[in-house]
Write a protein that binds this ligand. Structure first.
Ligand code: SAM
Ligand code: SF4
Length: 326
């Protein structure tokens, strides 16, 4: 086994796969309301192509964690078939979803071998949900979370992007709700990857403030940080834990072990990368596994030190979060 190492010595074991660029929502911080040009079907990697790339990464380079994302992964037809193929590779297999279709899909995904679920939900208020996602689907998402619990996914993590003046007044509501249902809340700092380019530094609610505001009601204790991007805190009363993904105020680039495959087969070494490495021509022109592996090795070797948000050197990627997968 050959580790996938960059010039800074970081070993890459965590693969994010975007299975589609499409989405049934239009979250304001992620996608524009209109004007998205979806990839034509033939441009998406097939399940067989995705599995081939993943297999090389697992078998040659020791990738041990795969997360399906999008766009909205559950809008890709027959998703459980892909889950079955990837589950056979024996990694920790997870998915990030907006939760709106889980009532229909949770059982099939579980049976197909999906191990973990993260559901994105940024407000518990129906009118605000409509404003933030441009869809009136809060009830569907809450029902989807119920269905996922009933299907046996545990613990389910709920991801909320926190934006000042938009939903930061719900931090404690989220904490109470998740404690009651045995869910793990993960608060995400707002990143400059919104299609509408509304991000400014002042819209970010940072880790320190999030923990102070929740801790004032439910006292929290820090848990030792591992390689995971979320910084974890435990409720002092034993009521569970929360995570904060502090990509902006405390970037975790130094320990980042992620690589990404986009829906059309672009391999990326960083969420904020400017360069992509195209796997699709190799896959579709009879390239060998060695050819694919060589391209992946090259992509990781060229990874930069970090994204430098908040610095003058920061370059905003051309793609929005919905095209990058989160
Ligand atoms: N559609 C799925 C979902 O919403 O969970 C998967 C794709 S979505 C792009 C993945 C994650 O990125 C979600 O948790 C979403 O909240 C997060 N996200 C999107 N735009 C963001 C931004 N500008 N800053 C921080 N997180 C963002
Ligand atoms: Fe769709 Fe997820 Fe982006 Fe919302 S965050 S628009 S659900 S891809």
């Amino acid at each position: 086994m050959e580790p996938l190492v960059d010039t800074f010595g970081r070993v890459h074991r965590d693969l994010r796969i975007s299975v589609t660029d499409r989405c049934n929502f239009r979250c304001t911080y992620c996608m524009p309301e209109e004007g998205m040009n979806w990839l034509p079907r033939r441009e998406l990697l097939s399940f067989e192509e995705i599995e081939r790339v993943a297999r090389i990464l697992v078998e040659r380079f020791g990738v041990d964690s795969i997360r399906l994302t999008g766009g909205e992964p559950t809008v890709r037809a027959n998703l459980p078939l892909l889950v079955e193929k990837l589950a056979a590779l024996g990694t920790d297999l997870a998915m990030t979803t907006n939760g709106s279709t889980l009532r229909l899909l949770a059982d099939d995904l579980k049976t197909a071998g999906l191990k973990r679920l993260n559901v994105s939900l940024d407000t518990l208020q129906a009118d605000r949900f409509l404003e933030m996602t441009r869809r009136d689907d809060l009830a569907k998402v809450l029902d989807g979370i119920d269905a996922a619990r009933a299907a046996g996914f545990a613990p389910i993590k709920v991801n909320a992007v926190v934006m000042r003046g938009v939903n930061d007044d719900e931090l404690v509501d989220f904490a109470s709700w998740a404690r009651d249902l045995g869910l793990i809340m993960r608060f995400i700092e707002f990143m400059p990857l919104d299609a509408d380019k509304a991000w400014t530094n002042t819209t970010v609610v940072g880790l320190t403030e999030i923990v102070e505001r929740i801790g004032a009601v439910y006292p929290l204790e820090a848990v030792q940080r591992g390689s995971a991007p979320a910084t974890t805190f435990r409720y002092a009363d034993g009521g569970g834990e929360i995570g904060v993904i502090a990509s902006v105020t405390q970037s975790f680039c130094d320990s980042c072990d992620r690589i990404r495959l986009s829906a059309e087969g672009q391999f990326r070494n960083c969420l904020f990368a400017v360069d992509e490495y195209d796997m699709r021509p190799i896959l579709r022109s009879g390239g060998s596994d060695d050819d694919l592996a060589e391209s992946m090795r090259g992509a990781v070797a060229e990874k930069w030190a970090g994204h430098q948000i908040n610095q003058v050197h920061f370059i905003r990627p051309r793609k929005s979060m919905s095209q990058l997968g989160g």
